[in-house]
Design a protein around this ligand. Sequence first.
Ligand SMILES: CC(C)(COP(=O)(O)OP(=O)(O)OC[C@H]1O[C@@H](n2cnc3c(N)ncnc32)[C@H](O)[C@@H]1OP(=O)(O)O)[C@@H](O)C(=O)NCCC(=O)NCCS
Length: 325
Amino acid sequence: MAHIMGFGGYVPEKVITNEDWANQLDTTDEWITQRTGIKRRRFVAEDETTMTMATNAAETAIKDAGLTSDDIGEIILATDTPEMMTPDTAALVQHQLKCRNIPTYDLGGSGCAGFVQALDVAKSRIATRPKNILVIGVELISRMISLKDRTTSILFGDGAGAVILGPEKARAEVLDVVSGTEGGYAEILTLAAGGTRNPFNAKSLESGDYNRLIMDGRRVFIEAVRRMTEATLEVLERIGRVKEEVALVIPHQANLRIIEAVRNKLGFDEDRFYVNVQEYGNTGSATVPFAMFEAVNNDRIEKGDLVVLTAFGSGFHWAAAAVQF
Ligand SMILES: CC(C)(COP(=O)(O)OP(=O)(O)OC[C@H]1O[C@@H](n2cnc3c(N)ncnc32)[C@H](O)[C@@H]1OP(=O)(O)O)[C@@H](O)C(=O)NCCC(=O)NCCS
């Protein structure tokens, strides 16, 4: 049994509008709105980092759960934009929160599916070793990709979301999680520089490769729709429930058109899909936990609701979780 005890989220204050992008790149509000549904996104201030955003979201979740940092038994942090190559960002967050000397892990490279995959790992950890686990999804993308490339820069934002998962009955039970990977698609969405294939050095700096996000947008689009839809149905099948019983789907917030395509494939009304991509853009592994934090605080979720989280990211990785409030 794994239950969510508290929800947390954080986004930086600085708002970047489509007009801001149109003032510095060859793009328009109309193009961005039509293709992505995104109107605004948040970017970090100079003194913020992945660690500070994650810590902010974690503090909110710990408080929301009525706990202190002493009660946390493990931290799993999903990010593709870590504070450093080593050590893990989770260790830095452990120190910031003044937790005990508990184990911490980063789950890196799962792109936007990272948080839901981390939930899968956390749930199974609790089954073998009952404890309260802080699960975080955080992304500081604005400092990692080229802000001069109009094909990718306009899609992303910075942010963090977190939950506390524990073994005792609490506000919402994570009934089941399904995850999958198709590594054959790895080259379709990559940020290669900084790894061993393409180390960060004078050569990558000179070529401009150090922050180039390579993405075949159309292939990503098609696979994201397919995998998020299938994962939603798969997790429902595993728990023996049908889609008509789902009160709310919280999908990864990459692009309104992707979300709408998943919704149409599932045959759901608009009010059964949570959408905030217009406000924050794609915040990677933070979109799902942050949207869930917002949905809980906006009273979009009531006691008794069955909620499905579904996400897709580079790898390709995908995952879906069924959560009973
Ligand atoms: C990226 C995405 C919005 C592009 O939309 P699209 O309809 O596929 O558009 P295309 O890539 O075919 O580009 C169409 C044209 O717009 C241009 N274009 C690209 N970005 C632009 C921008 N910001 N402003 C204006 N024009 C732009 C392209 O250069 C291209 O021009 P061309 O026809 O002269 O070559 C879309 O593919 C998408 O959302 N994919 C999924 C991406 C994603 O979610 N990634 C994260 C995964 S978790």
